[in-house]
Design a protein around this ligand. Structure first.
Ligand code: NAD
Length: 443
């Protein structure tokens, strides 16, 4: 079993640290945020991720998982150091990934940690970052190896994705670091022995693999969103088309749902970053630019429809918004389409009555400084949020929204406009159409 340090205790770092300890390694999970580490030491999980709490508590009790703010001493004790800090878009130039936190960690380790270590990069970083990391390490006179091990987990099912991965991509530059990585992942290789999960390649290819995967998925989403718009115009049913094409194994049935656009901390920034990489390398990535354009339009599509239905002055109008997180089973609101919709509706003067299972606190924090914050209301019960409402907007398809008492909603609502931003109410759509009490619009 190995001694592992994981730097960054966010959605990726904390899950990776917990899972590495679950498969038997001794793990120190590090973060620069004192408050986060204090919470974790006290058994409080700062994010919502199903199943994570149990694993953290079990492994901290068995002393395989500890938390610390001490980067250097923790790394000094470890064989491998996984870096899982955030790489958000730069504030001044939104296209590039901001690698300040990442390089800060690399510099600190290069200067102050001794002996042989494998520095493993789990953060999503532009191609060439591994090479620069090596340069920093060589300049400091150290002989650490550098590995790229991009993370593919999905929030909401992160534990399962980590423990039963489709693949573990390892970018390496020599045999020694490959052996170290195989030793770290051996318990997962054994757990998933029905298939080959380890994909070894050079560092640059590993870095690119992560971006290309996200770019390809974003392409599928924007493609289907464009198809959906065309279907609305020619009166065809995009759900039937989805079934019709998804059955073709060359296409596959995943990622064919239309919706109000992709969000989250990965797709938007990773698509931006690969477009930027292309630009730097004299390549016009026109397909991805179109993907981005469609996604930006898609986030505004419901408000455009609301303006058609109610006009551009929404003072005195109340809208209910179900689902704030960028997707179900997470409290993460980074780049969530709900934020764009709320911002636009607030500006137009509407009141917004929100419900979400996990993301309410994050949304409150996000809008606290907004001059129209007093037009925003939050509810524990989804039906309470529909009282006297003029329109119900579905942004995130949490499980509980699939089964809805539309009769109750009909009694609660003032005007009966339904904006199904995830196409989850297809049956209801046709049923309710007959009695004509609702005005349905589906993305
Ligand atoms: P996050 O913002 O949730 O967590 C990052 C953590 O790193 C924060 O807690 C921050 O305090 C900590 N940190 C920053 N600088 C530090 C330093 N110098 N020392 C110690 N801790 C430091 O980010 P995340 O969502 O976990 O993403 C991390 C990386 O993984 C990103 O590059 C992201 O693109 C990638 N990724 C994310 C997902 C996802 O679903 N969230 C999936 C795959 C890959």
């Amino acid at each position: 079993m190995k001694k592992i340090a994981v730097v960054g205790s966010g959605y990726v770092g904390l899950v990776a640290a917990a899972c590495f300890s679950e498969i038997g390694h001794e793990v120190i999970c590090i973060d620069k945020q004192q408050e986060k580490i204090e919470k974790l030491k006290n058994g409080i999980i700062p994010i919502y991720e199903p199943g994570l709490k149990e694993i953290v508590l079990r492994n901290t009790a068995e002393k395989r998982l500890i938390f610390s703010t001490e980067l250097i001493s923790s790394c000094q004790k470890s064989d491998a150091i996984f870096i899982a800090v955030g790489t958000p878009p730069c504030v001044e130039n939104e296209k590039e990934a901001n690698l300040d936190d990442f390089y800060q960690v690399v510099e600190d380790i290069a200067k102050q940690v001794d002996g042989y270590k494998v520095i493993v990069n789990k953060s999503t970083v532009p191609v060439g970052t591994g090479e620069k990391t090596l340069e920093i390490i060589r300049k400091s006179g150290k002989t650490f190896d550098v590995v790229s091990n991009p993370e593919f987990l999905r929030e909401g099912v992160a534990i399962e994705d980590f423990m039963k991965p489709d693949r573990v991509v390892i970018g390496i530059e020599n045999k020694k670091s490959k052996q170290e990585m195989l030793a770290i992942y051996q318990p997962l290789i054994t757990l998933n022995q029905d298939r080959d999960i380890m994909f070894t390649m050079d560092i640059k290819s590993a870095e690119m693999t992560k971006y290309v995967a996200n770019a390809m998925l974003a392409c599928r989403i924007s493609f289907m969103n464009e198809i959906s718009e065309l279907c609305r115009k020619v009166d065809a049913n995009v759900d039937d088309i989805k079934r019709g094409i998804g059955s073709d194994h060359r296409i596959g049935r995943y990622f064919l749902s239309s919706g109000i656009g992709y969000g989250g901390s990965c797709f938007p920034k990773d698509v931006e970053a690969i477009v930027k990489t292309a630009e730097i390398n004299d390549t016009d990535f026109s397909i991805l630019k179109a993907v981005q354009n469609r996604n930006n339009q898609q986030k505004k599509i419901i408000v455009e429809q609301i303006k058609k239905d109610f006009g551009a002055d929404l003072k005195g109008k109340k809208f209910t918004l179900w689902g704030l997180a960028f997707k179900p089973e997470t409290d993460d609101i980074r780049e969530a389409p709900s934020l764009t919709i709320i911002q636009q509706l607030l500006k137009l003067g509407a009141e917004i009555h929100c419900h979400d299972e996990q993301a309410v606190d994050n949304v409150k924090k996000y809008f606290q400084q907004n001059p129209n914050y007093n037009q925003l209301f939050f509810y524990d019960d989804k039906y309470d949020a529909t009282q006297e409402s003029d329109g119900l907007i579905l942004c995130t398809e949490w499980h509980q929204y699939y089964e809805v008492d539309f009769e109750k909603i009909s009694q609660n609502m003032r005007d009966k406009y339904i904006y199904d931003g995830r196409r989850i109410w297809s049956k209801k759509w046709s049923e309710e159409q007959k009695d004509n009490s609702f005005h349905w619009w589906k993305v």
